[in-house]
Write a protein that binds this ligand. Structure first.
Ligand SMILES: Nc1ncnc2c1ncn2[C@@H]1O[C@H](COP(=O)(O)OP(=O)(O)OP(=O)(O)O)[C@@H](O)[C@H]1O
Ligand SMILES: Nc1nc2c(c(=O)[nH]1)N=C(CO)CN2
Length: 389
Protein backbone atom coordinates (compact mmCIF):
# COMPACT_ATOMS: atom_id res chain seq x y z
CA UNK A 1 0.00 0.00 0.00
CA UNK A 2 1.13 3.53 -0.48
CA UNK A 3 1.28 5.75 2.53
CA UNK A 4 -0.07 8.70 0.61
CA UNK A 5 -3.02 8.96 -1.67
CA UNK A 6 -6.65 9.91 -1.66
CA UNK A 7 -8.61 9.65 1.54
CA UNK A 8 -10.95 7.39 -0.34
CA UNK A 9 -10.56 4.13 1.52
CA UNK A 10 -10.93 3.57 5.23
CA UNK A 11 -10.77 0.91 7.91
CA UNK A 12 -13.17 1.69 10.73
CA UNK A 13 -12.93 0.30 14.25
CA UNK A 14 -15.70 1.38 16.63
CA UNK A 15 -16.71 0.74 20.22
CA UNK A 16 -13.30 -0.21 21.54
CA UNK A 17 -13.95 0.01 25.26
CA UNK A 18 -12.21 -0.36 28.59
CA UNK A 19 -11.63 1.14 32.00
CA UNK A 20 -9.35 4.14 32.12
CA UNK A 21 -8.27 6.65 34.74
CA UNK A 22 -8.38 9.85 32.73
CA UNK A 23 -9.99 13.03 33.99
CA UNK A 24 -9.34 16.35 35.63
CA UNK A 25 -10.72 15.30 39.02
CA UNK A 26 -8.83 13.21 41.55
CA UNK A 27 -11.73 10.82 41.97
CA UNK A 28 -11.68 10.10 38.24
CA UNK A 29 -8.00 9.24 38.43
CA UNK A 30 -8.57 7.06 41.51
CA UNK A 31 -11.78 5.22 40.61
CA UNK A 32 -11.62 5.09 36.83
CA UNK A 33 -14.52 4.86 34.40
CA UNK A 34 -15.39 3.51 30.99
CA UNK A 35 -13.93 5.08 27.86
CA UNK A 36 -14.91 4.14 24.34
CA UNK A 37 -12.74 4.76 21.26
CA UNK A 38 -13.62 4.85 17.58
CA UNK A 39 -10.85 4.95 15.00
CA UNK A 40 -10.99 5.55 11.26
CA UNK A 41 -7.79 4.67 9.39
CA UNK A 42 -7.53 6.51 6.08
CA UNK A 43 -5.29 4.64 3.69
CA UNK A 44 -5.09 3.49 0.13
CA UNK A 45 -6.34 -0.09 0.30
CA UNK A 46 -6.12 -0.99 -3.37
CA UNK A 47 -2.92 -3.00 -3.03
CA UNK A 48 -4.36 -5.13 -0.22
CA UNK A 49 -7.58 -5.60 -2.14
CA UNK A 50 -5.58 -6.93 -5.07
CA UNK A 51 -3.04 -9.04 -3.18
CA UNK A 52 -5.22 -10.35 -0.34
CA UNK A 53 -2.11 -10.04 1.83
CA UNK A 54 -2.08 -8.60 5.37
CA UNK A 55 1.39 -7.18 4.69
CA UNK A 56 -0.19 -4.74 2.24
CA UNK A 57 -2.53 -3.13 4.74
CA UNK A 58 -2.81 -1.87 8.32
CA UNK A 59 -3.49 -4.63 10.82
CA UNK A 60 -6.53 -3.39 12.77
CA UNK A 61 -5.61 -5.73 15.61
CA UNK A 62 -2.35 -3.83 16.10
CA UNK A 63 -4.27 -0.55 16.01
CA UNK A 64 -6.66 -1.84 18.69
CA UNK A 65 -3.71 -2.92 20.86
CA UNK A 66 -2.14 0.53 20.59
CA UNK A 67 -5.38 2.31 21.45
CA UNK A 68 -6.15 0.03 24.41
CA UNK A 69 -2.66 0.54 25.81
CA UNK A 70 -3.36 4.27 25.89
CA UNK A 71 -6.94 3.89 27.11
CA UNK A 72 -5.93 1.74 30.09
CA UNK A 73 -2.51 3.36 30.53
CA UNK A 74 -1.20 6.40 32.36
CA UNK A 75 -3.81 9.00 33.17
CA UNK A 76 -4.45 12.12 31.08
CA UNK A 77 -6.56 14.98 32.36
CA UNK A 78 -8.31 15.49 29.04
CA UNK A 79 -9.89 13.16 26.53
CA UNK A 80 -8.35 15.46 23.93
CA UNK A 81 -4.92 14.38 25.17
CA UNK A 82 -5.91 10.71 25.15
CA UNK A 83 -7.16 11.06 21.56
CA UNK A 84 -3.95 12.85 20.56
CA UNK A 85 -1.79 10.10 22.03
CA UNK A 86 -3.76 7.38 20.25
CA UNK A 87 -3.61 9.25 16.94
CA UNK A 88 0.11 9.77 17.30
CA UNK A 89 0.75 6.10 18.04
CA UNK A 90 -1.40 4.93 15.16
CA UNK A 91 0.09 7.37 12.65
CA UNK A 92 3.54 6.18 13.65
CA UNK A 93 2.65 2.86 12.02
CA UNK A 94 3.62 4.79 8.91
CA UNK A 95 1.06 3.37 6.52
CA UNK A 96 -1.74 5.89 6.78
CA UNK A 97 -2.78 9.07 5.05
CA UNK A 98 -4.70 10.18 8.13
CA UNK A 99 -6.44 8.90 11.22
CA UNK A 100 -9.63 10.02 12.94
CA UNK A 101 -9.89 9.24 16.64
CA UNK A 102 -13.03 9.71 18.73
CA UNK A 103 -12.88 9.23 22.49
CA UNK A 104 -16.22 8.87 24.29
CA UNK A 105 -16.63 9.32 28.01
CA UNK A 106 -20.22 8.23 28.58
CA UNK A 107 -20.11 8.47 32.38
CA UNK A 108 -18.24 11.76 32.57
CA UNK A 109 -18.95 13.84 35.71
CA UNK A 110 -21.59 16.10 34.20
CA UNK A 111 -24.34 17.29 36.56
CA UNK A 112 -27.15 16.66 34.11
CA UNK A 113 -28.71 13.79 32.28
CA UNK A 114 -26.77 13.24 29.05
CA UNK A 115 -26.22 10.51 26.53
CA UNK A 116 -22.52 10.83 25.77
CA UNK A 117 -19.64 13.26 25.53
CA UNK A 118 -16.81 12.78 23.06
CA UNK A 119 -13.99 14.47 21.16
CA UNK A 120 -13.01 13.70 17.61
CA UNK A 121 -9.70 14.65 16.03
CA UNK A 122 -8.18 14.08 12.60
CA UNK A 123 -4.43 13.92 12.32
CA UNK A 124 -2.62 13.59 9.02
CA UNK A 125 0.68 12.04 8.36
CA UNK A 126 3.33 14.55 7.32
CA UNK A 127 6.47 13.88 5.39
CA UNK A 128 9.70 15.80 5.16
CA UNK A 129 10.39 17.34 1.79
CA UNK A 130 13.20 19.27 0.14
CA UNK A 131 12.76 21.90 -2.57
CA UNK A 132 15.54 23.48 -4.63
CA UNK A 133 14.91 27.03 -5.80
CA UNK A 134 16.57 28.77 -8.71
CA UNK A 135 16.24 31.99 -10.69
CA UNK A 136 18.34 33.72 -13.34
CA UNK A 137 15.87 36.14 -14.87
CA UNK A 138 14.36 39.33 -13.46
CA UNK A 139 14.68 40.40 -9.84
CA UNK A 140 16.09 37.11 -8.61
CA UNK A 141 16.19 37.90 -4.89
CA UNK A 142 12.66 39.28 -4.84
CA UNK A 143 11.31 36.31 -6.79
CA UNK A 144 13.00 33.72 -4.61
CA UNK A 145 11.95 35.52 -1.44
CA UNK A 146 8.35 35.67 -2.64
CA UNK A 147 8.44 31.98 -3.55
CA UNK A 148 9.56 31.06 -0.04
CA UNK A 149 6.76 33.15 1.46
CA UNK A 150 4.19 31.61 -0.88
CA UNK A 151 5.31 28.14 0.05
CA UNK A 152 5.10 29.05 3.71
CA UNK A 153 1.52 30.17 3.12
CA UNK A 154 0.52 27.09 1.12
CA UNK A 155 -2.07 24.95 2.93
CA UNK A 156 -0.61 21.72 4.29
CA UNK A 157 2.98 22.95 4.06
CA UNK A 158 5.33 23.90 6.87
CA UNK A 159 8.70 25.40 6.05
CA UNK A 160 11.33 24.39 8.58
CA UNK A 161 14.50 25.95 7.21
CA UNK A 162 15.76 27.94 4.26
CA UNK A 163 19.35 28.12 3.11
CA UNK A 164 21.20 31.24 2.29
CA UNK A 165 21.42 32.29 -1.33
CA UNK A 166 24.28 31.22 -3.53
CA UNK A 167 25.20 32.60 -6.92
CA UNK A 168 26.00 29.86 -9.40
CA UNK A 169 27.27 29.30 -12.90
CA UNK A 170 24.54 27.88 -15.14
CA UNK A 171 24.75 24.11 -15.38
CA UNK A 172 23.70 22.76 -18.79
CA UNK A 173 21.48 24.48 -21.30
CA UNK A 174 22.25 27.44 -23.56
CA UNK A 175 24.42 30.37 -22.58
CA UNK A 176 22.55 32.32 -19.94
CA UNK A 177 22.98 34.53 -16.90
CA UNK A 178 24.16 33.28 -13.53
CA UNK A 179 21.63 31.80 -11.16
CA UNK A 180 20.72 32.47 -7.62
CA UNK A 181 19.92 29.21 -5.87
CA UNK A 182 18.61 28.23 -2.47
CA UNK A 183 17.08 25.18 -0.82
CA UNK A 184 14.25 24.77 1.59
CA UNK A 185 13.28 21.87 3.86
CA UNK A 186 9.88 21.40 5.40
CA UNK A 187 7.07 19.05 6.28
CA UNK A 188 3.86 18.56 4.38
CA UNK A 189 0.52 16.84 4.54
CA UNK A 190 0.28 17.05 0.76
CA UNK A 191 0.93 14.06 -1.43
CA UNK A 192 3.98 14.41 -3.70
CA UNK A 193 1.84 15.18 -6.80
CA UNK A 194 -0.12 17.80 -4.87
CA UNK A 195 3.08 19.35 -3.54
CA UNK A 196 4.52 19.49 -7.07
CA UNK A 197 1.29 21.09 -8.29
CA UNK A 198 1.66 23.73 -5.56
CA UNK A 199 5.24 24.37 -6.72
CA UNK A 200 4.09 24.71 -10.33
CA UNK A 201 1.40 27.21 -9.32
CA UNK A 202 4.01 29.34 -7.58
CA UNK A 203 6.32 29.11 -10.61
CA UNK A 204 3.47 30.17 -12.90
CA UNK A 205 2.63 33.13 -10.69
CA UNK A 206 6.17 34.35 -11.23
CA UNK A 207 5.99 34.14 -14.99
CA UNK A 208 7.81 30.83 -15.42
CA UNK A 209 7.71 29.61 -19.02
CA UNK A 210 9.20 26.36 -20.27
CA UNK A 211 10.59 27.20 -23.71
CA UNK A 212 14.07 25.66 -23.71
CA UNK A 213 15.25 22.73 -21.59
CA UNK A 214 17.52 24.06 -18.88
CA UNK A 215 16.96 27.53 -20.29
CA UNK A 216 16.76 30.76 -18.33
CA UNK A 217 13.87 31.08 -15.92
CA UNK A 218 12.33 33.56 -13.53
CA UNK A 219 11.71 30.78 -11.04
CA UNK A 220 12.42 27.07 -10.83
CA UNK A 221 11.14 24.98 -7.94
CA UNK A 222 12.26 21.36 -8.03
CA UNK A 223 11.05 18.74 -5.57
CA UNK A 224 14.29 17.05 -4.57
CA UNK A 225 13.16 14.51 -2.02
CA UNK A 226 9.94 13.43 -0.29
CA UNK A 227 10.04 11.40 2.91
CA UNK A 228 13.10 10.16 4.74
CA UNK A 229 15.48 8.21 2.50
CA UNK A 230 15.66 4.64 3.74
CA UNK A 231 12.62 5.23 5.96
CA UNK A 232 9.10 3.88 5.59
CA UNK A 233 7.76 7.13 4.17
CA UNK A 234 10.40 7.55 1.48
CA UNK A 235 8.76 8.05 -1.90
CA UNK A 236 10.47 6.90 -5.06
CA UNK A 237 8.88 7.57 -8.40
CA UNK A 238 9.87 6.92 -12.00
CA UNK A 239 6.90 8.81 -13.37
CA UNK A 240 8.43 11.41 -15.74
CA UNK A 241 5.95 13.97 -14.41
CA UNK A 242 7.44 13.50 -10.95
CA UNK A 243 10.77 11.76 -10.57
CA UNK A 244 11.73 11.09 -6.96
CA UNK A 245 14.23 11.50 -5.62
CA UNK A 246 15.14 14.17 -8.18
CA UNK A 247 17.55 12.26 -10.43
CA UNK A 248 20.06 15.06 -10.96
CA UNK A 249 20.06 16.59 -7.50
CA UNK A 250 22.90 14.53 -6.12
CA UNK A 251 25.18 15.65 -8.94
CA UNK A 252 24.45 19.37 -8.57
CA UNK A 253 26.64 21.32 -6.22
CA UNK A 254 24.19 24.22 -6.23
CA UNK A 255 21.55 21.87 -4.79
CA UNK A 256 23.73 20.10 -2.24
CA UNK A 257 25.52 23.22 -0.96
CA UNK A 258 22.23 24.93 -0.22
CA UNK A 259 20.49 21.80 1.04
CA UNK A 260 23.23 21.05 3.54
CA UNK A 261 23.10 24.67 4.63
CA UNK A 262 19.38 24.38 5.33
CA UNK A 263 19.85 20.99 6.99
CA UNK A 264 23.43 20.03 7.84
CA UNK A 265 22.36 16.50 8.79
CA UNK A 266 20.43 15.90 5.56
CA UNK A 267 20.72 12.54 3.85
CA UNK A 268 20.12 11.69 0.23
CA UNK A 269 19.60 8.51 -1.73
CA UNK A 270 22.27 7.77 -4.32
CA UNK A 271 21.17 4.58 -6.05
CA UNK A 272 21.00 1.81 -3.47
CA UNK A 273 22.82 3.85 -0.84
CA UNK A 274 21.71 6.62 1.48
CA UNK A 275 24.53 9.05 2.24
CA UNK A 276 25.01 12.36 4.00
CA UNK A 277 24.43 15.29 1.69
CA UNK A 278 27.62 16.90 2.97
CA UNK A 279 29.53 13.69 2.30
CA UNK A 280 28.17 13.57 -1.24
CA UNK A 281 28.99 17.23 -1.71
CA UNK A 282 32.62 16.57 -0.85
CA UNK A 283 32.85 14.55 -4.08
CA UNK A 284 31.55 17.36 -6.30
CA UNK A 285 33.25 20.30 -7.96
CA UNK A 286 31.96 23.41 -6.22
CA UNK A 287 33.85 26.03 -8.16
CA UNK A 288 30.67 27.33 -9.82
CA UNK A 289 29.00 28.03 -6.48
CA UNK A 290 29.69 31.32 -4.71
CA UNK A 291 28.13 33.09 -1.74
CA UNK A 292 25.08 35.01 -2.82
CA UNK A 293 23.46 38.19 -1.60
CA UNK A 294 21.61 38.24 1.69
CA UNK A 295 17.93 37.59 1.80
CA UNK A 296 15.83 40.72 2.09
CA UNK A 297 15.71 41.62 5.74
CA UNK A 298 19.19 40.43 6.35
CA UNK A 299 19.39 36.68 6.51
CA UNK A 300 17.71 33.46 5.61
CA UNK A 301 15.97 33.37 8.95
CA UNK A 302 13.91 36.29 7.73
CA UNK A 303 13.07 34.41 4.60
CA UNK A 304 12.06 31.46 6.72
CA UNK A 305 9.81 33.73 8.69
CA UNK A 306 11.93 33.50 11.80
CA UNK A 307 12.56 37.18 11.74
CA UNK A 308 13.39 38.04 15.30
CA UNK A 309 15.67 41.05 15.29
CA UNK A 310 18.38 39.60 13.18
CA UNK A 311 21.72 40.22 14.73
CA UNK A 312 23.39 37.94 12.23
CA UNK A 313 26.43 39.14 10.41
CA UNK A 314 24.79 39.91 7.13
CA UNK A 315 21.99 41.82 8.77
CA UNK A 316 24.36 44.40 10.07
CA UNK A 317 26.60 44.64 7.05
CA UNK A 318 26.10 47.88 5.20
CA UNK A 319 28.09 46.45 2.35
CA UNK A 320 25.13 44.31 1.37
CA UNK A 321 22.93 47.23 0.50
CA UNK A 322 22.52 46.18 -3.09
CA UNK A 323 20.40 43.14 -2.57
CA UNK A 324 21.30 41.58 -5.89
CA UNK A 325 25.02 41.96 -5.53
CA UNK A 326 27.02 39.24 -3.87
CA UNK A 327 28.67 40.51 -0.72
CA UNK A 328 32.17 41.67 -1.45
CA UNK A 329 33.43 42.21 2.05
CA UNK A 330 30.93 40.28 4.07
CA UNK A 331 31.78 37.75 6.69
CA UNK A 332 31.72 34.86 4.30
CA UNK A 333 34.31 36.52 2.18
CA UNK A 334 36.36 37.60 5.17
CA UNK A 335 36.31 34.09 6.52
CA UNK A 336 37.40 32.81 3.14
CA UNK A 337 34.45 30.50 3.27
CA UNK A 338 33.04 29.47 -0.06
CA UNK A 339 30.13 27.80 1.61
CA UNK A 340 26.87 29.34 2.59
CA UNK A 341 26.83 27.66 5.92
CA UNK A 342 26.63 29.62 8.96
CA UNK A 343 25.81 33.05 10.00
CA UNK A 344 22.13 33.31 9.40
CA UNK A 345 20.82 32.77 12.86
CA UNK A 346 19.42 35.58 14.89
CA UNK A 347 21.20 35.28 18.18
CA UNK A 348 18.32 36.44 20.31
CA UNK A 349 15.63 34.25 18.84
CA UNK A 350 14.91 31.22 20.97
CA UNK A 351 13.11 29.53 18.10
CA UNK A 352 16.35 29.59 16.19
CA UNK A 353 18.47 28.26 18.96
CA UNK A 354 20.93 25.83 17.56
CA UNK A 355 18.56 23.12 16.57
CA UNK A 356 20.77 21.12 14.34
CA UNK A 357 24.03 22.44 15.07
CA UNK A 358 26.70 24.35 16.69
CA UNK A 359 29.35 25.64 14.36
CA UNK A 360 31.22 22.41 14.71
CA UNK A 361 28.45 20.45 13.09
CA UNK A 362 28.97 22.21 9.83
CA UNK A 363 32.58 21.28 9.90
CA UNK A 364 31.90 17.76 11.09
CA UNK A 365 29.38 17.39 8.32
CA UNK A 366 32.17 17.86 5.83
CA UNK A 367 31.34 21.40 4.95
CA UNK A 368 34.03 23.43 3.30
CA UNK A 369 34.51 25.79 6.17
CA UNK A 370 36.34 24.76 9.25
CA UNK A 371 34.38 25.42 12.40
CA UNK A 372 36.85 28.12 13.22
CA UNK A 373 35.83 30.10 10.19
CA UNK A 374 32.36 30.54 11.51
CA UNK A 375 33.64 31.48 14.90
CA UNK A 376 36.20 33.87 13.42
CA UNK A 377 33.42 35.47 11.47
CA UNK A 378 31.82 36.44 14.73
CA UNK A 379 28.85 34.28 14.01
CA UNK A 380 26.59 34.29 17.06
CA UNK A 381 24.76 31.08 16.35
CA UNK A 382 26.20 29.33 13.38
CA UNK A 383 23.85 26.94 11.77
CA UNK A 384 21.07 27.68 14.13
CA UNK A 385 18.50 29.12 11.81
CA UNK A 386 16.77 25.90 11.15
CA UNK A 387 13.58 26.51 12.92
CA UNK A 388 11.49 24.09 14.83
CA UNK A 389 12.19 20.69 13.36
N1 LIG B 1 11.23 16.01 -8.85
C1 LIG B 1 10.74 16.89 -9.75
N2 LIG B 1 10.62 18.20 -9.43
C2 LIG B 1 10.12 19.08 -10.33
N3 LIG B 1 9.68 18.74 -11.57
C3 LIG B 1 9.78 17.44 -11.92
C4 LIG B 1 10.31 16.47 -11.02
N4 LIG B 1 10.29 15.27 -11.64
C5 LIG B 1 9.77 15.45 -12.84
N5 LIG B 1 9.46 16.76 -13.03
C6 LIG B 1 8.87 17.26 -14.27
O1 LIG B 1 9.86 17.85 -15.02
C7 LIG B 1 9.24 18.74 -15.92
C8 LIG B 1 10.22 19.82 -16.29
O2 LIG B 1 10.47 20.58 -15.12
P1 LIG B 1 11.44 21.81 -15.18
O3 LIG B 1 11.14 22.63 -16.41
O4 LIG B 1 11.36 22.51 -13.87
O5 LIG B 1 12.81 21.08 -15.36
P2 LIG B 1 14.18 21.74 -15.14
O6 LIG B 1 14.16 22.34 -13.79
O7 LIG B 1 14.46 22.67 -16.28
O8 LIG B 1 15.19 20.55 -15.24
P3 LIG B 1 15.71 19.63 -14.09
O9 LIG B 1 14.60 18.65 -13.82
O10 LIG B 1 16.95 19.00 -14.68
O11 LIG B 1 16.02 20.49 -12.90
C9 LIG B 1 8.03 19.27 -15.20
O12 LIG B 1 6.94 19.29 -16.05
C10 LIG B 1 7.82 18.30 -14.06
O13 LIG B 1 6.55 17.70 -14.10
N1 LIG C 1 23.46 27.07 -11.71
C1 LIG C 1 22.29 26.51 -12.04
N2 LIG C 1 22.21 25.79 -13.15
C2 LIG C 1 21.04 25.20 -13.46
C3 LIG C 1 19.92 25.33 -12.66
C4 LIG C 1 20.04 26.12 -11.49
O1 LIG C 1 19.06 26.27 -10.70
N3 LIG C 1 21.24 26.68 -11.21
N4 LIG C 1 18.77 24.69 -12.96
C5 LIG C 1 18.69 23.93 -14.02
C6 LIG C 1 17.46 23.15 -14.28
O2 LIG C 1 16.74 23.03 -13.19
C7 LIG C 1 19.76 23.78 -14.97
N5 LIG C 1 20.95 24.45 -14.59
Amino acid sequence: MTAYGPERDAITLTGLRGKGFHGVFDFEKATGQEFVVDIVLHADLRAAGASDDLADTVNYGVVADLAMARLTGPSFDLIEALAEAIASDVLALGELVAVDVTVHKPTAPIAHAFADVSVTIRRRRTAEFVVALGSNLGDRVATLGAAVEELRAAPGVRVDAVSQLVETDPVGGPEQADYLNAALVGHTELTPPDLLAALHRIEARHGRVRAVRWGERTLDLDLIQYGTPGGPDEVSSDDPALLLPHPRANERAFVLVTWSDADPSARVRVGERVVGVAERLAKLDRTGVRPGPPWPGGDSAAAAGNSAGASGDQATGGDHADADTPPATGDHAAAGDPSVAGDHAAAGDPSLAGDHAAAGDHAAAGDHAAAGDHAAAGNPAAGGAHGDR
